[in-house]
Write a protein that binds this ligand. Structure first.
Ligand code: ADP
Ligand code: ASP
Ligand code: MG
Length: 439
């Protein structure tokens, strides 16, 4: 079976972990291995970009670079033998590119050039290591086959053509590449957004018709609730593409929100596995649905803004919602939740980029109210709406927290509720305690 494996920042975060990754790559016979940057690198590079924008902070930039030099040198020294010098040269090269970009900082292009160094360096070090193990490992350059257009959408056809021809060598070659980075319509280096390596792997898996895409991280699969905020979460062994996509979209950080679609389209199972415990079963995501349980998992997405439109013109009228939606379409702003009454519409967005213009246009339709700092809590499962008491069970589980909006009945798969972000931890824990049981 052709497998694409992706390893996140913690998985490649030290020499010790890279050794674990190499064993997994070998064991699974990974055709393509997609790597993120060593943990903490992208955050550090983003910090350098911010400092470069402030111009007067050369010392602080050098401090961050010294931290990165230390981190990468330690990894190289502990991991490599024959290729140590070559890897250290690569590292120095990467950091001198960063210094050059800082010195001639150009908005957007320099930022992308700097941020790409983490994945490029990490994948080079790892490839050297596999070669030292005697494996036939080849480093391939993701921006050479992962191209985006003006709308930042990946050109999947070009990806298929280029990647398939690139990997047509010996069947025992292990191809190593970078997640997250790509080239844009101007042929400049760019990226797919934070956490985008998962998406890179899914796209590559779909492009080469893989039998499986494996996402290796630091936890044993998708948990029923966010383990960063909630006690007593547990891994889910199996979930459907749709459930996983919904959870990822609504904040389950383990997966980039766009990851599932390419695999769903090609019916490629996605496995979520733990690098620190490779034999743990993890989660398998496939087209199979579990219709036995009402509630399967919950996730939360922050940074939500509510827009309320009051208008008596809505009374008994038609065409009002179309006008509202057109405004959001014009500013390419997706709507997450929506509820309506006879004289008001409330909807939520997760990007305030065009909020001012949107509000200005909406004011021609009615009176507008804005509420920031909200969180959408989304429960997924198989909810049979003909069942008595289902809604009551959900509401009972969140009775200790004020709920601002509810979206129930749109699909059998999920219910979404909106709360102020300050209540997020409380509501997630409450749902965990009252709605989920291990059996
Ligand atoms: P990587 O660097 O490997 O891509 P991420 O940090 O992006 O790893 O994703 C893994 C993290 O996602 C876990 O360590 C965990 O804290 C967090 N996470 C949030 N929600 C969930 C969930 N429902 N199930 C599992 N992990 C989750
Ligand atoms: N290194 C990138 C990030 O930290 C991409 C990824 O980890 O998926 O966002
Ligand atoms: Mg991630």
């Amino acid at each position: 079976m052709i497998r694409v494996l992706k390893f996140g920042g913690t998985s490649v975060g030290s020499a010790e972990n890279m050794r674990k990754v190499a064993q997994i790559v070998k064991r699974e016979g990974a055709k393509i291995t997609v790597l993120s940057a060593m943990s903490g690198t992208t955050d550090a590079l983003v910090r350098i970009v911010k400092l470069a924008e402030e111009t007067s902070s050369a010392d602080q930039i050098e401090e961050v670079l010294a931290m990165l030099t230390d981190k990468y040198t330690t990894c190289i020294e502990n991991l490599l033998n024959d290729h140590k010098t070559a890897a250290l040269e690569r590292m120095n090269e990467a950091f001198s590119i960063i210094r050059q970009e800082v010195a001639h900082f150009q908005e957007y292009t320099s930022e992308r050039m700097i941020i790409a160094r983490g994945e490029l360096l990490t994948s080079a070090i790892f490839t050297y290591y596999l070669q030292e193990l005697g494996m036939n490992a080849k480093l391939i350059y993701a921006p050479g086959f992962m191209h985006t257009d003006q709308e930042a959408k990946v050109n999947t056809q070009l990806l298929r053509e280029k990647l398939t021809s690139l990997i047509q060598g010996d069947s025992d070659t292990y191809y190593i590449t970078q997640g997250f980075i790509c080239s844009n319509e101007r042929e400049e280096i760019d990226n797919l957004g934070r956490g985008g390596s998962d998406y890179s792997a899914a796209l590559m898996g779909a492009a080469i018709g893989a039998g499986e895409v494996q996402i290796w991280t630091d936890i044993d699969g998708m948990h029923n609730n966010d383990p960063r905020f909630v006690e007593n979460t547990y891994p889910i062994r199996h979930m459907s593409f749709d459930e996983a996509a919904e959870l990822a979209y609504f904040g389950a950080k383990i997966l980039h929100p766009a990851t599932i679609q390419p695999c769903k389209d090609m019916d490629i199972p996605v496995l979520l596995k733990n690098t620190m415990d490779p034999d743990a079963p993890g989660t398998t995501i496939s087209h199979e649905e579990d219709t036995q349980r009402d509630f399967h998992a919950v996730a939360a997405k922050d940074g939500i803004t509510v827009i309320r439109i009051y208008s008596t013109r809505m009374l008994m009228a038609y065409g009002f919602l179309r006008k509202v939606f057109e405004i959001f379409e014009e500013y390419k702003t997706p709507i997450d939740m929506i509820t309506t009454s006879e004289v008001a519409v409330s909807l939520t967005i997760d990007s305030d980029c065009h909020l001012e213009q949107i509000v200005q246009e909406l004011q021609t339709l009615g009176t507008i109210e804005i509420e920031r700092n909200n969180t959408i809590v989304c429960i997924v499962g198989h909810m049979d709406h003909s069942q008595t008491g289902l809604a009551a069970r959900i509401m009972e589980s969140v009775s200790n927290v004020p709920i601002r909006m509810i979206s129930y009945g749109a699909s059998h798969r999920s219910i979404a509720m909106l709360v102020e972000t300050k209540y997020k931890k409380e509501i997630l824990q409450s749902i965990n305690d009252r709605l989920f049981s291990r059996c």
